[in-house]
Design a protein. Structure first.
Lengths: 261, 182
């Protein structure tokens, strides 16, 4: 077993807080921490700072910036494009025009199709999913369409998200379907199915992803999170429940998905 | 790839990260209007160099372009770049006198936990030198690995680590100072 003195411990604290230590060094540090109040304090402080930064309101791109980037989109000829691209862009720049023209075509013809493509969502959708869960549970209504009938919930998503999510009621497995809603994850409209487990709420975020994501289970901020892929979709299930419950939930859902194929 | 397919792919890959790009630009520029300029120019550059993008996650790639755009715009306007030349010295200067690294505060949690501190943490961040701001945004808000950060900042990983440690100490000291003043 690796021994760690306090100086080494302190030098590694930041990397430990950032999850950048190899497993054996991390274990050695965890063993050294109890005898090292100063290091423990630095660790606590690093975590407090991180929380403070993450909880601070983060600036969102203002509508007019988004519009300025998108302004090039509806224009169909060069002059309109130049007029629409504000002062920030030199009109003579050919790339601007090609960019604008290309996106006009993309949005006009291929945008909808493009939204159906399996677009990878960044590897850390986790935080966004947690935020999404908080939005689900914070509102007065858990769902926008309340029904345990999959034939009501599934069509409701038509026109609201750019894919047809698989919808299954899992009442017989102990997870009744409460309904569905739409949230935004990574800037994209995402289908959310809401299930109940006794008095707990499980939110299931799902979107198509042909590549598939490896199974990931973790507890973050006290919420259980389970990510897995099945049947061409990637699922993020989150609840104020232990991971074992989410495993049961996933197994029940997988069985339905497999039966449907 | 046709222009259409390319633009379509670009829109789907890059636009979801607009908020992240703008947020980073805001902390770099500390100015709303300049942040908009930088972000828009960065997206144009990203489009131009789209072929150089490899991999699944466009966010670090875009953040890197945002930073390069910021630096070149500052340079073009003849703004002093000494901040970065003596980056680590500047951080030490910030820390000097606060003795933040040396002393163990009595109640570090309190100042950091107070709602006011949480609200003003961005204001505190904005008082730090660029080297501290950017490494903190990339690590704490964008949640990027040391390796990714090193690529974006174009410095060795060891430098990322030492800057991050100093930046955290500087931010903690600033928050504490504000809490004690106010």
């Amino acid at each position: 077993m690796m021994e760690m003195d306090c100086a080494t411990c302190e030098a590694q604290i930041d990397a430990y807080a950032d999850g950048e230590l190899s497993a054996d060094v991390a274990v050695a540090l965890e063993r050294a921490l109890p005898g090292c109040p100063r290091c423990q304090q630095r660790l606590d402080e690093a975590r407090l700072l991180r929380n403070a930064l993450r909880q601070a309101p983060s600036p969102q791109a203002p509508a007019d910036l988004r519009a300025a980037i998108m302004a090039a989109l509806p224009a169909s000829d060069d002059s309109a494009t130049v007029a629409a691209m504000p002062r920030r862009v030199q009109p003579a720049r050919r790339d601007t025009l090609r960019w604008a023209a290309g996106i006009v075509l993309a949005l006009g013809a291929g945008w909808t199709a493009g939204r159906y493509l399996p677009l990878p969502i960044g590897p850390d959708a986790t935080r966004e999913v947690i935020d999404g869960y908080l939005r689900v549970t914070a509102g007065e209504r858990l769902v926008e369409v309340a029904s345990s009938d999959r034939h009501t919930v599934k069509p409701w998503f038509g026109g609201r998200v750019a894919y047809a999510p698989p919808v299954h009621d899992l009442t017989t497995d102990g997870f009744p379907l409460a309904g569905g809603r739409v949230d935004v994850i990574d800037g994209r409209k995402t289908a959310v199915l809401v299930y109940q487990r006794n008095r707990h709420v499980i939110a299931l975020f799902l979107w198509p992803d042909a590549e598939g994501q490896s199974l990931r289970r973790e507890v973050r901020d006290g919420f259980g999170l389970r990510r897995w892929s099945r049947a061409g979709f990637v699922f993020h299930a989150i609840a104020d429940l232990p991971l074992s419950d989410l495993d049961r939930f996933a197994a029940a859902l997988d069985a339905r998905l497999d039966a449907e194929r | 790839m046709s222009d259409t397919a390319r633009a379509q792919r670009f829109a789907s890959v890059a636009l979801p990260h607009l908020d992240a790009a703008y947020g980073f630009a805001r902390r770099l520029t500390r100015n709303e209007s300049e942040a908009q300029d930088v972000t828009q120019e960065a997206f144009l550059r990203a489009w131009r160099y789209f072929e150089t993008f490899r991999g699944a996650d466009a966010r670090p790639w875009l953040l890197s372009i945002v930073r390069n755009t910021f630096m070149s715009q500052r340079q073009a306007r003849g703004a002093p770049m000494a901040d970065l030349e003596d980056a680590d010295t500047a951080l030490d200067t910030v820390l000097a006198g606060t003795e933040a690294l040396a002393r163990i505060p009595q109640t570090p949690e309190k100042a950091l936990l107070e709602a006011d501190a949480r609200r003003s943490v961005m204001a505190a961040l904005d008082t730090l030198p660029q080297t501290a701001r950017e490494v903190l945004v990339l690590r704490e808000i964008e949640d990027l690995s040391y390796k990714r950060i090193a690529t974006i900042l174009d410095v060795p990983i060891g430098t990322v680590m030492s800057r991050l440690a100093r930046a955290r100490a500087a931010l903690a000291a600033e928050i504490r100072r504000r809490a004690e003043d106010g």
